[in-house]
Structure formats: structure tokens, C-alpha cells
Design a protein around this ligand. Structure first.
Ligand SMILES: Cc1cc2nc3c(=O)[nH]c(=O)nc-3n(C[C@H](O)[C@H](O)[C@H](O)COP(=O)(O)OP(=O)(O)OC[C@H]3O[C@@H](n4cnc5c(N)ncnc54)[C@H](O)[C@@H]3O)c2cc1C
Length: 398
């Protein structure tokens, strides 16, 4: 069993001031009203163009974001690597959707792939397909609706951008994760990701698809992918997450009158997640695996599977992943035990990363136990350091 409660290892890289800041932050965002008030504040200051960087940068931004640019994140990646943790730089600017926004985001994704080339601090690159086009088009393509001439042209351009990123990743021998988002876009994204895996994953997994295991149809899809990989002779790049849009998905299904795509209970999602992990480890000759979760049991479950199947802890095909600013007790303790660990590190200027920050704050308020867990661990480490200091003082006196 891995000791995920070892706070000394978990917070090795954090100064006392870092811990105090994190404690203050998690104490604040555990209250729903604080997050709601923060959301209104951000909305109003955005409308009147009042700068908020001075307030957010030393607090919530510092906790969850690596920096404004890739270059500014470099010291962080180097520091994480000292503890055996590799980075994934996630350009997290959201909003916009104009042709200029799409082009600028696409270029930033390209920069992140070039940055990762031969860089041992970086484990994967990542992009969101929805950032490469407009939502309406992806939704129509997913529903297999007929596209008019203009839409066909735009859809072709979207696919071209998608393929350019995969091709560049392939040329630079860098792994690339295709994030999953709303259910209504996912069929089109899945289809094209499969096409890219068939093309670029012949020798090893370069392109990774994402399965949101809160969907009750994902285990069948996983088997379908395995069969396709056997038939077409490629390796599936498999990123597992539980899924981040549950409330929204349930609400949408209800409103539009289709079957809720999400598992009926949390337990069903948890079982799905772990069954997915078991399946890929049992068929590891056809998979590379990325497990993105803050769930302690799922992390222990994957570690147990690695032992059970006599794989090495640092098997390059298997990675554990958490988000920067969260669950350091999992990341640092797993890395300490010799497993491959990576952190998603969002980066973007403050103004552009606000929706991401609000989501993190909401998630930490909403997810049962997440904030309490973070807070308890931070408090335990602060206490441990005080006790250690006292002991050292006493020893000196004697
Ligand atoms: C490295 C990394 C990458 C990620 N990338 C993506 C991505 O590409 N796309 C994406 O959608 N999300 C992504 N996420 C977020 C992820 O999907 C989860 O929202 C988040 O990690 C919380 O789930 P958990 O497994 O960490 O923890 P847990 O706290 O154990 O699980 C919470 C999750 O369980 C599910 N759940 C909760 N209650 C119920 C219920 N009543 N019924 C059914 N299911 C329920 C929901 O999915 C909820 O988010 C990523 C997370 C990480 C760590």
C-alpha cells in the first residue's frame, strides 16, 4: 500500500509560505458563497475592464496555474522533475471563438509541441479539439447532420489543424493527448482521433484518446478500440478520466429528452473507471495508459495492477496524472515510490485563464471531500513542521 498520507513527501517542494497560502485559499473556496461572489466579481471587473491580476496572481492563479507562457513555466517544470514528476503544459485560454482566437490557440498548441521535443521534463502535450473550431460545427458533425458548403469547408479546416498537431507530435516523437469535453461534441472527436491513432500509432502510442468513464457506454467503446487496434495493427493511446461535466450533461439530456449518458451513481462511475484500468493492463501489449484522477483508490488500484501483472513501476507505457495545485499527496508519493507521474500545468495570461480558475474553484467546492482532504493534509504538514522545529530547538539546548 502506498502511504498517501505522508505529508512530508507530499509537500517537500513547498515552503512554509506556500503552505500558508494554500491553506488560506482552500479555506476560502470551500464555501460556495465565496466562489459565487468571486464569479460575480470577475464578471463585473471584466465588463468594466478593471484589472484583477494584482489580486488573483499571488493567490488562486499561483496555486493552479504555471505561468503566462511556456518559457515562464520552465523553472516549475525543472523543480517538479527534481521530485520525479513530469509536466504537461496545457494552454488554458478559454472563450473567444473568433477566427483570430482559433488561429492564435492553434499556434500556441504548435509551440507547446515544439517545446516538448527532446525535453525530458515534459511527458505529454495536450490540446482541446473544441479550441480548433466553433461548437456549433462540432455538434452538427457529431449528430451526423448534413453540413452546408461553408460548414464543410470549415470542418475540413478543423480536421487539417487537428491532423497538423498529430503529425507534428509524431515528427517530434512527442505524445499528444486529445482532451474530452461535452457529450454532444464527442462522437466527431472520437472518430477523428481513431483515424489519427491508426495513422500515427503504428510503432508506439503518439496520439491518445480520452475516455470519460462517467459515461455508461465507455467500456464497450474501449473493447471496440482494442479490436480495431488488433485489426489495424496499432497501439491505442488511452487517457482515462471520470469526466468533468456531469451536472451539465444530465441537465441537457433532460431538456432535450434523450437518455442520460452518465452512469446512474458515483459507485457505477468508480467501477467503470477501475474496470477500464483492468482491461488495458490485461491487454497492455496494445495500449499505453494515462490515468488522470485525484481518487486515491483508483491510484492504488492501478499500482496494484502493475504489481499483479509483473510490470515495472516505471513502465514507460503507464502514467499517473493529477492537476497542478491539487492532490500533491498522490503525485509526490507515487513518484517517490518509483511510478511515472505527470501533472497537467495550465498556462495563459490571467485574463484568459479566468474560466479555468473558476472551474477549479467550483470543483473544489462541489466535489465531496476534495477541499477537506487538501486542507487536512496542508494542516497536518504545517503541524508536523512546527513539531519538528520544536524538537530541533530542544535538541540544540540539550
Ligand atoms: C490529469 C487530468 C486530466 C483531465 N482531463 C479531463 C478531460 O480531458 N476531460 C474531462 O471531462 N475531465 C478531465 N479531467 C477531470 C476529471 O474528469 C474529473 O472531473 C476530476 O478529476 C474528478 O474526478 P476524480 O477521478 O479525480 O475524483 P472523484 O472525486 O473520485 O470523482 C468525481 C467524479 O466522479 C463522477 N461522479 C460524481 N458523482 C457522480 C454520480 N452521482 N454519478 C455518476 N458519476 C459521478 C464525476 O465524473 C465527478 O467529476 C481531468 C483530470 C485530471 C486529473
Amino acid at each position: 500500500m502506498i502511504d498517501f498520507k505522508n505529508t512530508q513527501i507530499a509537500f517537500e517542494a513547498k515552503s512554509n509560505a506556500d503552505l500558508r497560502r494554500a491553506k488560506f485559499l482552500f479555506n476560502s473556496i470551500k464555501h460556495t458563497w465565496v466562489v459565487k461572489l468571486g464569479k460575480i466579481f470577475v464578471y463585473i471587473t471584466g465588463k468594466i475592464k478593471f484589472p484583477v491580476g494584482w489580486l488573483l496572481k499571488p493567490t488562486i492563479y499561483k496555486q493552479f496555474v504555471g505561468g503566462e507562457t511556456l518559457q515562464k513555466c520552465t523553472p516549475l517544470a525543472q523543480q517538479l522533475m527534481k521530485y520525479g514528476i513530469r509536466s504537461i503544459f496545457d494552454y488554458s485560454a478559454e472563450g473567444g471563438g473568433s477566427a483570430d482566437d482559433i488561429q492564435q490557440t492553434f499556434e500556441e498548441f504548435i509551440s507547446s509541441i515544439k517545446y516538448a521535443k527532446g525535453n525530458e521534463n515534459v511527458a505529454y502535450t495536450v490540446f482541446k479539439p473544441t479550441a480548433l473550431t466553433v461548437d456549433e460545427l462540432l455538434e452538427k458533425a457529431s449528430a451526423k447532420a448534413e453540413l452546408n458548403e461553408d460548414e464543410q469547408k470549415n470542418y475540413g479546416e478543423y480536421k487539417q489543424r487537428f491532423e497538423t498537431l498529430c503529425q507534428l507530435a509524431y515528427d517530434n516523437n512527442v505524445r499528444i493527448l486529445v482532451d474530452a469535453e461535452d457529450y454532444c461534441f464527442q462522437d466527431a472527436i472520437d472518430d477523428f482521433t481513431e483515424e489519427m491513432m491508426r495513422k500515427f500509432n503504428k510503432k508506439r502510442a503518439i496520439v491518445f484518446t480520452t475516455l470519460q468513464m462517467y459515461r455508461h457506454d465507455r467500456l464497450q467503446y474501449l473493447e471496440k478500440l482494442y479490436n480495431d487496434a488488433v485489426e489495424n495493427n496499432y497501439t491505442v493511446g488511452m487517457k482515462f478520466v471520470r469526466g468533468a461535466y456531469m451536472e451539465k450533461e444530465r441537465e441537457r439530456a433532460k431538456q432535450l429528452g434523450y437518455k442520460d449518458p452518465i452512469c446512474p451513481t458515483k459507485q457505477a462511475t468508480d467501477e467503470n473507471y477501475n474496470r477500464g484500468l483492468s482491461y488495458v493492463i490485461e491487454h497492455i501489449d496494445k495500449f499505453e495508459v494515462f490515468s488522470g484522477t485525484h481518487n486515491e483508490e483508483s491510484n492504488q488500484f492501478l499500482a496494484n495492477l502493475i504489481e499483479k501483472h509483473h510490470l515495472t513501476r516505471n513502465d514507460n507505457r503507464i502514467f499517473f496524472a493529477q492537476l497542478y495545485g491539487m492532490s500533491d499527496n498522490l503525485s509526490y508519493n507515487l513518484a517517490h515510490e518509483g511510478y511515472n507521474v505527470t501533472k497537467y500545468i495550465p498556462y495563459a495570461p490571467v485574463k484568459k485563464v479566468l474560466p479555468y480558475l473558476i472551474r477549479r474553484a467550483e470543483e473544489n467546492t462541489a466535489i465531496a471531500g476534495q477541499t477537506t482532504r487538501e486542507l487536512e493534509l496542508i494542516k497536518a504538514e504545517i503541524k508536523r513542521r512546527k513539531t519538528e522545529k520544536k524538537l530541533q530547538k530542544n535538541n540544540k539546548r540539550q
